[in-house]
Design a protein. Sequence first.
Length: 231
Amino acid sequence: MPNTDRTANWSLVVPLKPLSLAKSRLSPTASDAVRPGLALAFAQDTVAAALACSAVRDVAVVTNDALAAAELAALGARIVPDTAAAGLNPALAHGARSVRELRPGAAVAALNADLPALRPAELRRVLDRAAEFPRAFLTDAAGIGTTLLTARAETELSPAFGGLSRARHSASGAVEILLGGVASVRQDVDTGEDLLAAVALGLGPYTARRYAAVAGERGSARSREGRHGTP
């Protein structure tokens, strides 16, 4: 459920594309049968951790995926239909407007939906630092993208996610948040290597269950290769 703590000032906007289209770069690691469930699990762990963060008032998920909407609403997120259906940044801008229609002047933050190792206490540290600036962002573990973009009350979010977004957000005037010990907020998952890095940090419960299925699938594949391979 939404946090009722009076110090919980941030409304988070989490974008999620249709699960059937999500995480295509994980194809070498997870089959088409497994990947949509893995993408949903990433989002579930992200939203659950965000809602457990003492700095977060509420979470709005922008999505047109019916299954994801139902599962994330059950966790306490508010679902915002992606009426523009024009890509990531229009979805985030739409989500931020939706938040401020309900709560004018709200402090808003865009958060990636693929942070399966996210820790509420680490997110709190990042948001507390972000509150010092009109707009701020946290770069991803690779050092080129963005996992979190914040805008204080009365400030436009102006998202520029995707690809080399670290440079774009910096050029737009947002301040880069430089903090140690917040790896779980930086570790998004696009590739198999990213997933292993998240495993090393410690997966949330939803992803941990799904990851077991991925590991089992890969183990079965190796077993079949062993049986049919040439000695």
